[in-house]
Each structure stands twice: as C-alpha cells, then as structure tokens.
Design a protein around this ligand. Structure first.
Ligand SMILES: C[S@@+](CC[C@H](N)C(=O)[O-])C[C@H]1O[C@@H](n2cnc3c(N)ncnc32)[C@H](O)[C@@H]1O
Length: 255
C-alpha cells in the first residue's frame, strides 16, 4: 500500500478513525443496492479499471475486484483502510491512502464515490480540485459516478433518536445507533452519530459534518470541470430524479 501523505483532517471523524467504531461499519452499512448499481454501471461501460475514491472499509472495492475489475481503493482514513486490506479479495486491490491529490499519474475508465463521499468535500475549493483531478485521471470517455443526498428533502430533519435508531448485532455485542442533528449552517449540516453498546452501557459519539450541494450546484461544477452530465438518477433502481427523490446519483462523462 502507498502511504506517503499525512492523515487527512476529514478522516478525523471518529466514525472513520476510532477502531472501535470502524469495526462496526460493515454491520451498520452492509453492501446494498447502491453497490449493485455501481457494479452494473461498470458492466454497462465495459470498464476494466476503476478507482473507488473514499473506499472506506472496501466493501464495494472488493466486490468489484471479485467481479474481475482492476480496482484501486483510495481512502484517507488509516483505520478504514486497515479493515479493507484484510478483506477477501483485498490482496488483489491496489490500496492508496489519501484523497484526490493521489489521483495524479493514474488513468482509469471509472471513478466511483459511494455512500455520500461527495458530501465530505466540505469546501468548494476542495470539491473543484477533486473534479479537476478526477478529470485528469479518467481515460477518454471515462466516467465519474457518485451520489449525494437531495437537500430539498431535508433528511436531517429526521435525524433524532426516535426516528433514526437502528439496532444491530456486531462482533462487539448489540449496538444501538442513531443520528442526532446538531445544527444547520447554510448548506452544512452538523450532526452526531451515537453508538450505545448495550451490554456495557458505554456510549461513543462521532461528531460529523456534511455539505448538501444542490442539484444545480453540482451540475454547474461538473460542467465547469469539463464533464458532460449523462444522467442523474433518483434512486438505485435507475429511476430518473424527481424533485422529492432522496438521492441524486450523478453519471458524468469526461469530455
Ligand atoms: C460513508 S463512508 C463511505 C465508504 C465507502 N465508499 C462505502 O460505500 O462504504 C465515507 C468515506 O469517505 C471518506 N472520506 C471523507 N472525506 C474524504 C475525502 N475528502 N476524500 C476521500 N474520502 C473521504 C471517509 O474516510 C469514509 O471512509
């Protein structure tokens, strides 16, 4: 694994940096229809090489590798990468610690960002730098595909213990997890993720922040970075986006 940059500030969210919480990640976020959507995209575009940017614990990365693609998993958090590397098929992935600054000198058919990685690029300069680097790292007609939650639906209004609680069995016993909204500052949403370990009663909290860019803002930024927007889906079943869609799934082709 290449490891030549300092740990990213962003990956300091304890959800992604505290090994006790990272160990729960796969139990709380199992492979879902978003991953199958990405695998179908890879097939549709006859891709051979893929970068999974913000690959986390490498669930999709390893699934794509299992399906025969050459995959690079790129991730700023060492704790997330530590889990990814040890997964089945992880030995065939090229793992790179870092974010879009690590895209230089790479050339691939597809770049994926899944599970709202796009919303962790908190400032516009960083977002635009990522798009520029992604454009350079894509082969002619290569695609960038990513999801972002639709701000029109204000999902954070449902982030209370009552409405967002999930209970899961984990290797560390039963855990109750919920989201708690802290504050909305313009298009930034600050929130806590609570993890209550039922057996011990210990509670850990991850303080997180996401940016909610609008469909128009993202569309404009893609155009400015010389991408053609081929599609925006509203869900993982290929349905077109509507005003009230929860997800915005962008498929952009490099010009
Ligand atoms: C919600 S997780 C998604 C992980 C994985 N893509 C998945 O689908 O399970 C978000 C991931 O984005 C990573 N991340 C945060 N900021 C990032 C950035 N600027 N560049 C790349 N990855 C970032 C986090 O460390 C975390 O692993």
């Amino acid at each position: 694994m290449e490891n030549n940059i300092p740990a990213s500030e962003i990956s300091s969210y304890s959800e992604f940096s505290d090994p006790r919480l990272v160990a729960l990640y796969d139990n709380l976020n199992a492979l879902g229809n978003d991953s199958e959507f990405m695998c179908q995209i890879a097939k549709r575009f006859s891709a051979t090489s893929i970068i999974d940017l913000g690959c986390g614990t490498g669930m999709l990365t390893c699934e794509l590798t299992k399906r025969g693609y050459q995959v690079i998993g790129m991730e700023p958090s060492s704790a997330m990468l530590d889990v990814a590397i040890h997964k089945t098929h992880g030995d065939k992935v090229k793992w790179i610690k870092g974010s879009s600054e690590q895209l230089k000198n790479l050339q691939v058919d597809l770049i994926f960002m899944t599970s709202h990685v796009a919303q962790f690029f908190l400032n516009d300069e960083e977002w635009r730098a990522m798009l520029k680097s992604a454009h350079k790292a894509l082969k002619a007609n290569g695609h960038l595909v990513f999801d972002s939650r639709n701000p029109i639906t204000k999902p954070w209004e449902r982030w209370t213990r009552e409405t967002s609680t999930k209970k899961v069995d984990t290797p560390n016993g039963k855990v109750e997890m919920w989201y708690q909204l802290s504050e909305v500052r313009g298009n930034r949403v600050l929130y806590e993720i609570h993890y209550l370990f039922i057996d011990s009663g210990e509670e850990l909290i991850s303080n997180n922040e996401l940016i909610y860019r609008s469909r128009e803002e993202i569309t404009q930024s893609l155009s400015d970075a010389n991408f053609s927007l081929e599609n925006i889906y509203g869900d993982w079943d290929n349905r077109p986006i509507r005003t009230d869609s929860l997800e915005m799934v962008f498929v952009a082709r490099r010009n």
